[in-house]
Each structure stands twice: as structure tokens, then as C-alpha cells.
Design a protein around this ligand. Sequence first.
Ligand SMILES: Nc1ncnc2c1ncn2[C@@H]1O[C@H](COP(=O)(O)OP(=O)(O)O)[C@@H](O)[C@H]1O
Ligand SMILES: [Mg+2]
Length: 482
Amino acid sequence: MAGASHMLRRRCASSMANNAAKYESHKLKTPTTTASAAAAAALGGAATIPGAPAHTRTVSVQSGRSLQQKFYENRILDRYTAQEPKKVTLRQLVLFGRQLTEAKLIASANYVRSELPVRLAHRISDFQYLPYIAGTNPHLKMVYDLYWRAFDEFRKFPAIKSLNDNRRFCDNVKTNLLEHSQVIPQLGMGVAECADLVSPEEIDRFMHQMLVSRISRRTLSEQHIALSEQFDQDLRAHLGLTASEGFTEMSAAPPGFASHRIGIVRADCSVAQIINDCAMHVASIYEDAHQLPPGTAPQVIVEGHTNATFMCIPAHFSYIVHELLKNATGHVIARFASRLESDSAAEVATKPGEPLFPAIRVTICSSHSDIVVRVSDEGGGINPEMLPYIWSFTHPLKAKCLHNFHSVHRMEARVDEDDAVPPLMSFGFGLPMSNVYAKYWGGSVNVHSLPGYGVDAYVQLPRLGNVVENIANRRAHIASDS
Ligand SMILES: Nc1ncnc2c1ncn2[C@@H]1O[C@H](COP(=O)(O)OP(=O)(O)O)[C@@H](O)[C@H]1O
Ligand SMILES: [Mg+2]
């Protein structure tokens, strides 16, 4: 299967990179192709890139000129895909920010500046190894173009030498984050449209890589932006500048100045606090949607090690908890929906001791190395037809939900999405995306369905922040070929 799919794969880099390019032919490369690039160009067929592993390195050929362009682009890309990402742990991020001097902030900027193109290059390469037909999908191509532009921009960004350089760099990174908020809906639509063309396993692998790498790039970007903003804030206070006074006249911090912040990471994040915040948010979403009086949504009871704290990026942990609580609450309400049709909802509002719905129990367990959270509901369990596919992005049952991405333009995969994302729209994406977040930090999400009764969902995350980002190294076949 893997061998056959390699045979069918072709590298369509410049066709994807060039918006104007049209695919005229779909010529498959065989592993024995040995024609030189020039000969292939003359024949108008697929060309092997000199020196490349025979079974993968093909490009689609439009003309001699575009071939040259492709070789040039691929050579640049190859320089970056040959590099492994320099991975970090949460603990490193925290320690770095604790004594943040100008020199360290600039080092952080240059780390992000050199790391983003490497991480982008690996994903651009993933696109190029998709089966040809998927590479022509307009939504996937749009993401490819966004990635290529960002790759080009960051790799060309000059070395950062001063605080003012860093401010310009942060502006670029912020613009990039904003532009890339289209990526999730575009990927969702793209894979939904390719569901009949590419095997579910292949699409799921592709999506997982895309999404985990996206989290990793956003983590580095957001952490650096937060540190830079906090540093500037502290510097302003130190210099007695008001918020409206710029730094234009000053490019360096005074000697000995240091800021002590930790960006987007929390060293001692309260697990119960995050769960309670998410529970309140989820309850209000459902109460609004069903026009229930406040306080009538299923209660969330938090028990176990309620004082537990851990090192995490709260936005990531919140996303997972929020998704699990949304699922639990939605299914409990759906199962007991008949209770909404009686007058009991209004009665319950006046008698808080008699809940309308069975409670959702959230149990926190903190060990030396891990935090485990169990979310138990009585929503009736997972539909057995859906159960085998809850982690997949592409099963036909999911593909229907994925088409909902056509109605959203931006999605950050955060709790605090703006109004662009209807909070209860089903994308079939909450569990797989939660899994991506958890796995990125070396954790996991598991679900046990108790048919006819409810669901127990488990999140496990390392507690001490000492696990390195779980992102793929170089593509396995590239690594094995070199
Ligand atoms: N607590 C739960 N109880 C019953 N079914 C669930 C539960 N959690 C998830 N599911 C099922 O798994 C599917 C996938 O969940 P999810 O990935 O969160 O996507 P979405 O909620 O957008 O449909 C849901 O559509 C639902 O059928
Ligand atoms: Mg969900």
C-alpha cells in the first residue's frame, strides 16, 4: 500500500505555488524514471530532480521556464526540510522569560525567525507529497500558498539586532497569525472534498501533521509576541513612558534592565479553575441556544484533587476541557430534551435544589508526573456507528460535519473564538483537535462510551512541563533516503 501510494505520488510544488498555473496533464511517475530534467521538460512529462531519491522526487512540468523555477524553489525548500525543528519544552519557555534581558529577547526573536521557515517547510513538503489530485483542490492549494508566502517572508526576514527590529518582526508575526486564521476552515473544506479521493488514513495523517505543526508555530509566535509586549510594557514603566509614547528614539534597554514574565505559559495553572471557567462558558452557550433560564444547564461537579496545579498553556488545556464539556452537556441535554418541553425548566429556575439534568462529573487526579481529568456524563453514550471514527477527520459520517466549514472563514481552535464560529456548530473536529493539542504536549485524550448510559472522557497531560514538543521530525521517507 505504502509502496503503491509512493508510486502514485508526485511533487507538484510549483504548480501549487503558482496561482496562475493550470494542470494540463496528470502524468504518473514510475520509480524507474531516469529522464533528466531537460529531457523531461522537452517531452512535457514528469521530471526527476537530479540527485533526488527515485521514488519520490517528481515535479509536474508545464514548461522549461517553470521547471527552472521549480528546481530553484525546491532547492530552497530542501535546505529547510533538511533541518530538524529545534524543539522546546514548556519549562524552557518559562525559564527563558523569567530573567528577560534585551539580548535574550533578541535571541528569542532570532530563534523564532529561523524556526518558523523550517517548520513551514516540512508542511509545504507534506503538501507536495499528497496524491496529485488532492494537491489540485482549491482549499488545500490556498493553504499551500499561504504557507509558501509565510515561508518565503520569514526566511528572508533580516537578522534581528535591536528592539526596534524585533517590534517590526512581531508586527509581521502578528499579521501572519491573523492571515493564517483561515487555515483550519480551508483545510477542513479541502479534506472534506478529497474524502473520496484519498484514503482516510492518509488524510488523517496529513491533517494531524498540519494541525500539530500549526499549534507549534503559533506557540512559538504567540510566546515571543507576549514576551516582547510584556518586555516593552515593563520597559515603559521603568522609563516612565506612557502607553502612547513610542520607543522610536530608543533602540536599547538600559544596562541591567530585565523583565520577569513568562508569556503565554503558566507555571502553576489551577486545573479546577480552568474547568470551572469552561463549565460556566459552556452552560451559558447551551442556555442561550435553548433559551433556558440561567443555572438550568447540566451542573458540572468538580471533584478529586481540586487544588492541583500544573505547567501549561491555559489556552490549550481550556480548548480540550471546553470541547469535552460541550460534548457532554450537548448529549445530556439532547437525551433529556423532553424535560425542556414541560414547565420544569421554569420551575427549576426557582428551585435550585432540583436539577433538570443529571450532573456532569469532572474528576481531577494529580500524580507526580501527570494531570488526569475525567469528564463523565449521562448523555447516553456515543452512537456506535460513529464510535470507530471519532478521531478521524474524514470518515463519511464526519465529512458531512466538515462541510460546515464552508460557513466559517476563520477559526483559531481556541475557546474564545470570535463571532465567526457559531459555538454549537458541529464540525466533527472537537475530539480530533483536542487530541492534537494533548499529543503535542506529550499527553492524550481517550474516550470510553458506556452504551445507553454515558461517556467517560479522559485527558492526560504531563504536569511538570518537561516534555519536549511532540512534533514530527523530517518526513520519514526523506530521512530514510538521505
Ligand atoms: N459525550 C458524548 N456523548 C455522546 N456522543 C459523543 C460525546 N462526545 C462525542 N460524541 C460523538 O462524537 C462525535 C465527534 O465529536 P466531536 O469531535 O466533538 O465533534 P462534534 O461535537 O463537532 O460533532 C460527535 O458528533 C458525537 O456523535
Ligand atoms: Mg464536539
